[in-house]
Design a protein. Sequence first.
Length: 446
Amino acid sequence: MAKPNILVVDDDPSLAMTIVMSLEAEGYPVTETGSAEGAIQILAEGSFPIVISDIYMGEKTGLDVLHRAKALNPDGAVILMSGKGSIETVMEATRGGAFEYLAKPFSIDRLMQAVRGAEAALRESHARAPKEYEPESAMVGHSAPMVELYKFIAKVAPTDTTVLVRGETGCGKEMVAQLLHRGSLRAKARFVVVDCAALHQGSLLESELFGAVKGAYTGADRDRVGLFEAAAGGTVFLDEIGEIDPGFQLRLLRFLQEKEIRPVGSTVTRKVDVRVIAATNKDLEKLTREGTFREDLWYRMGAAAIELPPLRQRREDIPLLVERFISEFTASSGRPMHVSDSAMKLLVEYSWPGNVRQLRSFIERLVILASLNVIDAAAVRAGLPAESPLAAAPAAAPRAPESLSDAEDEHIKRVLAACNGNKTKASEILGIERKTLYRKLERMGL
Ligand SMILES: Nc1ncnc2c1ncn2[C@@H]1O[C@H](COP(=O)(O)OP(=O)(O)OP(=O)(O)O)[C@@H](O)[C@H]1O
Ligand SMILES: [Mg+2]
């Protein structure tokens, strides 16, 4: 991400110049103005993710700049400075969503620290931007395992306990982490997602989470605020925790115990107040037995662990989810859409290896493709990958690599067995003509 544009607003030319020069030395593109009116004008013309403004400058104040900047860009960061801070101005600044409030005089270092914090916050909100999180998007499902889950969330959310959310891909782990955050006293602070799989190389993850000081590694041309610090007061969600390497597991364990960070290359440790929620679709007990996941870390995180049931184990929730997704995907068009009974039956019977996410994107596709106001069985059947009658059977032991024709022979044999040797039925399931099946059986010597 390129350095964000910064707007500096101060009627004191010498202070403004010091700030501008320090920012430019760090590589930020800076625009400067001496009045709130000027700032409001400039904000209307360009994009300034970070605004640094004095408060008392004339008729209009830095608080007006704050309100305008936030109205134009709610995710932007406004840093206010004032020599006459009062409880009223601080309160108004806080209510208006100011990122930081600096009492004059302050050191330039202090300001730079605030700017870096703001930049880390922007990077974070930027990274999350494509995902949509509406607070009203509550979890859907009335099945017994879901009710157990709601009870767990209600009990554990208000605490500061580290939580481990387990479950297959797409079954709602991140959603649960969100709910745990929103149900806590930290709800107003940030929820920061860290994809450990994408950063699984220990050193990357370390500087991402703990921060790094300038010069700590090649390319570290300035201090970098870690996500644990950027999320102070809030929650950090460590997704795919099973992917982190053993060296980093130890650092993470220490962090969970002490809640202290030491940026890469620094000798100073600092306390931070964050709650950690982790998620994995891996079998951590197994990884622990195999020695790739530290047992002590597993104990530490497993204290409050919740296992999300796969969708196929709570099929009674499928109609509810289908209705929810239909209304979600028809909301913009306003076109009502109905699912026929036989189509719903197919949806309920399918095994959904990709769980709720797969169901959701499948419904999205059906809604887009539907030419009428009804989703019928034919549409569902056409869209779902075929499941052989045996697909639901327990997974066989991993097989050695085999050629396509071997796999085909195997599959034909299994389908034939499942149909008690009825070749007409088998050819239907296989989607081939009966005579083709005969030919293949002949080749196989059957
Ligand atoms: N119970 C539910 N009610 C409504 N929507 C749900 C529910 N569970 C999951 N979803 C939706 O399904 C999608 C996948 O959920 P989520 O991202 O939380 O899964 P995940 O377990 O984190 O998946 P992955 O392992 O792939 O990261 C999201 O769009 C989410 O909103
Ligand atoms: Mg996830």
